[in-house]
Design a protein around this ligand. Structure first.
Ligand code: HEC
Ligand code: HEC
Ligand code: HEC
Ligand code: HEC
Ligand code: HEC
Ligand code: HEC
Ligand code: HEC
Length: 430
């Protein structure tokens, strides 16, 4: 038994005894947890009759026998940890966390059944509830976007209660080297085990940090020293910070982001169910990449971006933005599907989408970085058609661009055929 596990054993064991022998309100991890009932009558796990809600026995069987009846496994062999069912396939958790919603247990099985999900049956690598949650400690209260930073922890009000006391990794970044023209340099983070996590991404990087074959190492994308990154991790120098947004955050960002300067993000601000009223967390979505954003006109990502960025970026002109975003042509506006229209939405200029969307546009095959999820962060340097080189800051390596220079406020964009806009060799300034 590991040290932490021993601690759980001693602490929970003691609490369990108190739970059975005393009606007094007791502090402690388990009694304060959602499963333990957080000291509120009637709350907590409930499976068996004759046991108070919150009792450990709802999950751990004593002597592999409850009420004189032999529960599964009926072979008499004790299940691991004396649990009433296996963790494999999330069977134990799903007993309550399915449509039966036992005693208020949110239906997570329904989320995981969606097309894009953390599926225990993933062909890439199995991922279970227990990999992301500590069933002895998890509390109610999912995080408040833009308010809790990216934090997980116990204060008077827990920041991200469901993620309390889980294992993860701590990330240390070194600045990427200067990319040459036409290339991207990404510097992945050095990771060390961390228990418990204090920021959500530390949980995600436990698997999305290069450990699992078939999953991209995302740590380089989120390096705070990149030309651009969505701030799940902050740094001291603040290179990621956008001057235009910072000076006008109350008008350039939507609530709750417009009330919180320099707020850090949780991955689950962007990844989670497509339906806002569903349980919080990146469990599953019907949108590709498990994204929260509902598809807009022509399946664009515009609506998704506009959950946080103001609608005025969608062709209305943005006071305070360096770029007008209000062209009189449809090309700079919402995604349109007809020839000559902007088929990539915001990602025509920022980030650049996945290959399925590129396939819609004649003459465009890839963003400069040549990869998906550039909107996480990128460190690409353009070789512009006039042979100058410049950093693709502000995620400016979208699918239509052939070069951009934010210092001289110049861009080049051109494609072949019916989707051509400017001539590739003609620069435009803003
Ligand atoms: C016997 C029923 C039962 C089982 C089995 C069960 N849960 Fe729960 N779980 C609940 C209930 C009830 C709640 C809601 C508590 C509340 O907030 O009132 C809950 C809440 C949670 C929460 C959110 C914290 C909260 O209180 O809102 C997490 C996370 C969680 N469960 C994870 C798990 C995991 C992981 C497993 C499997 C290892 C599991 N549960 C198995 C009944 C169960
Ligand atoms: C919601 C279900 C649930 C409840 C309620 C629950 N446990 Fe557990 N417990 C688990 C699961 C799942 C594991 C296996 C954890 C793992 O795989 O690391 C576990 C593991 C343990 C272990 C072994 C620790 C280890 O990792 O080696 C002990 C001891 C334990 N529980 C005690 C308790 C006590 C005491 C209580 C009540 C105070 C309790 N549990 C309530 C689900 C539960
Ligand atoms: C890849 C990690 C991951 C997996 C796997 C996972 N969860 Fe979660 N879960 C999260 C995160 C992240 C949150 C949201 C935390 C927040 O917003 O503060 C969450 C939230 C929850 C909540 C609270 C929902 C709410 O709205 O209050 C429950 C309950 C829960 N998870 C149970 C489960 C169960 C049961 C499973 C397995 C069927 C599971 N989770 C699998 C990461 C995960
Ligand atoms: C225990 C390992 C594990 C952890 C921890 C984990 N993931 Fe995953 N994640 C996976 C696996 C495996 C897949 C691939 C599932 C599949 O499609 O087969 C995946 C897929 C995803 C996808 C979908 C990618 C796509 O191409 O469609 C997103 C988004 C994601 N994870 C986000 C997160 C976030 C956010 C967290 C942290 C809250 C997290 N993951 C934590 C293992 C993990
Ligand atoms: C969940 C909220 C959220 C979503 C969704 C979101 N963003 Fe952002 N975005 C932010 C925050 C917060 C910042 C950082 C603001 C700051 O600099 O203070 C940011 C920054 C930016 C920046 C400035 C980056 C820089 O380095 O100067 C751009 C450009 C941007 N986002 C574009 C997009 C696009 C395009 C999408 C859709 C694909 C998108 N965002 C989706 C919250 C969001
Ligand atoms: C035609 C190209 C183009 C499209 C399409 C586009 N942008 Fe921009 N955007 C730019 C340029 C160029 C800048 C850099 C302005 C500067 O630095 O002077 C910029 C800057 C930004 C910034 C950084 C802050 C600012 O205002 O300077 C945000 C945030 C942003 N865009 C969001 C969006 C969103 C959201 C969409 C989709 C609704 C979008 N953009 C569509 C070209 C575009
Ligand atoms: C600003 C919103 C935003 C944030 C924050 C964000 N993502 Fe994403 N993520 C996206 C978008 C958009 C895509 C799909 C991009 C595309 O079409 O190229 C994506 C793609 C992914 C993928 C698939 C990438 C691949 O290479 O297959 C994974 C996995 C993922 N995200 C995990 C995470 C994790 C883990 C975090 C936090 C560390 C995170 N995301 C934070 C918006 C976000």
């Amino acid at each position: 038994m590991s040290k932490t596990r021993q601690q759980i054993f001693y602490r929970c064991g003691l609490t369990a005894i108190f739970l059975l022998t005393s009606t007094a309100v007791l502090a402690g991890n388990y009694l304060n947890s959602g499963h333990g009932g957080y000291n509120t009558a009637g709350k907590g796990v409930s499976r068996l009759t004759g046991y108070a809600t919150g009792n450990c026995a709802h999950c751990h069987e004593q002597h592999a026998s409850i009420g004189g009846v032999e529960p599964a496994p009926t072979s008499g062999i004790p299940s691991a940890y004396g649990l009433f069912d296996t963790l494999s396939g999330n069977a134990l958790c799903n007993y309550c966390h399915d449509t039966s919603v036992k005693n208020g247990a949110p239906d997570i099985a329904g989320q995981i059944a969606k097309t894009y999900s953390h599926d225990p049956a993933s062909a890439i690598s199995t991922v279970l509830c227990n990999d992301c949650h500590n069933p002895h400690v998890a509390k109610p209260g999912s995080h408040s976007a833009a308010v809790d930073g990216n934090q997980v922890g116990t204060t008077t009000t827990p920041l991200s209660g469901p993620l309390l006391k889980v294992d993860g990794v701590s990330a240390t970044w070194t600045a990427p080297s200067l990319p040459g023209g036409g290339t991207e340099t990404l510097s992945t983070a050095a990771l060390t085990a961390k228990t418990p996590i204090t920021a959500e991404y530390e949980l995600c990087f436990k698997c999305h940090g290069g450990q699992i074959v078939g999953l991209t190492n995302l740590t380089g994308q989120f390096n705070p020293d990149n030309y651009a990154h969505h701030p799940i991790a902050l740094d001291g120098t603040g290179q990621w910070r956008n001057a235009a947004i910072r000076a006008n955050y109350t008008t350039l960002l939507k609530a709750p982001w417009n009330a919180n300067l320099d707020a850090a993000m949780y991955c689950s601000d962007c990844h989670g169910s497509e339906t806002g009223s569903d349980p919080a967390g990146p469990h599953g979505s019907s949108n590709p990449y498990m994204l929260k954003g509902t598809a807009g006109p022509g399946s664009s990502y515009d609506n998704f971006c506009l959950t946080c960025h103001v609608n005025a970026y969608n062709g209305g002109g943005v006071t305070g933005s360096g770029f007008p975003h209000n062209s009189t042509t449809a090309a700079h506006q919402y995604q349109g599907e007809a020839a000559g229209q902007n088929k990539l939405g915001c990602m025509a200029c920022h980030g650049g989408p996945d290959n399925a969307l590129y396939a819609k546009v004649t003459g465009v095959s890839s963003n400069g970085g040549g990869r998906v999820a550039t909107i996480h962060g990128e460190n690409f340097r353009w070789t512009n058609p006039d042979s100058s080189t410049s950093p693709a800051d502000k995620f400016l390596l979208g699918g239509y661009l052939l070069g951009v220079n934010t210092t001289t406020r110049t861009c080049w964009a051109g494609m072949s055929g019916t989707d051509a806009c400017h001539l590739a060799t003609t620069s435009k300034t803003w």
